[in-house]
Design a protein around this ligand. Sequence first.
Ligand code: TRP
Length: 450
Amino acid sequence: MASSASVHGMWSSRLMFILAATGSAVGLGNIWRFPYVAGENGGGAFVLVYLLCIALIGIPIMSSEVLLGRAGRQSPINTMFGLAERSGVSTNWQLLGWLGAASGFVILSFYGVIAGWAMHYVVLGASGEFGGLTGAGAAEMFGNFTGNAWLVLLWHAVFMLLTTFIVARGVGEGLERTVKYLMPALFVLLVALIGYAVTTGGMGDALAFLFAFNFDKLTGGGVLIAMGQAFFTLSLGMGAIMAYGSYMPKDASVIGTVTTIALLDTGVALMSGLVIFPLVFANGLEPTSGPGLMFITLPLAFGQIDGGLVFGTIFFVLVTFAAITSSISLVEPAVAWLVEHRKVSRRAAAATVGGLAWLLGLGSALSFNVLSDFRLPGGLDFFSTMDYLSNNIMLPLGGMLIAVFAGWIVKREIPQEELGLSPGGYAVWQFLVRFVAPLGVAVVFVMVFV
Ligand code: TRP
């Protein structure tokens, strides 16, 4: 039954919910993944589709996750179970919670590896390795590092341990404190870096690349990737935001907070693009460089600017923290479920989930070295397969079903009460959640897979 508080703890205020959910949303998806997938898919038109997906699919689904979580006040699996029961429909809807928990593992298996890279770059930055780099030198540095399996494995393990420790400490203590100061600091540093990017002379080309809507360059597969990126960057479709919503106080507005989070997240992604692409064009690098794009371009910038040693180091520290505030939300749904269902301690639950995710992540860590020639069915390496599966299939599928559940299945009183909208506002919300969001995902799926 619904209760007014979660056994796992509660956010201390509406602001804390916004910070935590923004912490979840803002991460490697914005700084590392957005620029490189936009680069690989031709820029402008891809960016437009991504923005449309944020507005028309992302925001409605995010509001659905938050309201369902807050109405259920349990882990996503048990929230889905409980709300299905209350609505008199099949409790098989809990399978959606299971799909989400599985997506969390799949995502973390590559997320932890990239976060480990960022940690290694803190050390490279602090030891002055960025000084005087050329484009080719930066690419070589990246290749040498990712080719070193033991080093990559070491940082991956360190990151997974950190994530596990923070989650073990619980909602208030671990999560709140981390986001409060680090998110604003990241924002400030990105603004400063845009300032530098303007001086490189590549800003004009970067703006044209990101915002000239050249549809010739966009393929059906690109549309799917743009939609997947929208899900990934907003932490949608797996229950992370549902879990966070279950710790949200009753008096906060769902639509208001969700819109704020989406705007902040989109802002950070676009800012990252405006930092990275001027550097790409000014230094004759390729926008299609793939997952290494951020790790090649930014050291180049820090190697040039005054105080680059300090700023470069701080920047990668902040990226690491942004990754941690996201990774903790990837494990939270599974951890909360273990605590509820198996009555184990939060610590034991965090260790179990963290350990399993670490194990699965070994495949991604080795995809850039030992296993670089290994292909899974589908023709991609382990890392790319995990990325493709989660972002382009599992998250949109999960998100679509969440929208269907919130829009059509759950008892009407629940969204009405949680959203607290005027009748007109509610009608708009219902239209988006019933039709626009699920059909949007369905159309893209049919376009690409049928
Ligand atoms: N949104 C995060 C990022 O952009 C990643 C993330 C955290 C995530 N939790 C999630 C993605 C849940 C999908 C689902 O880095």
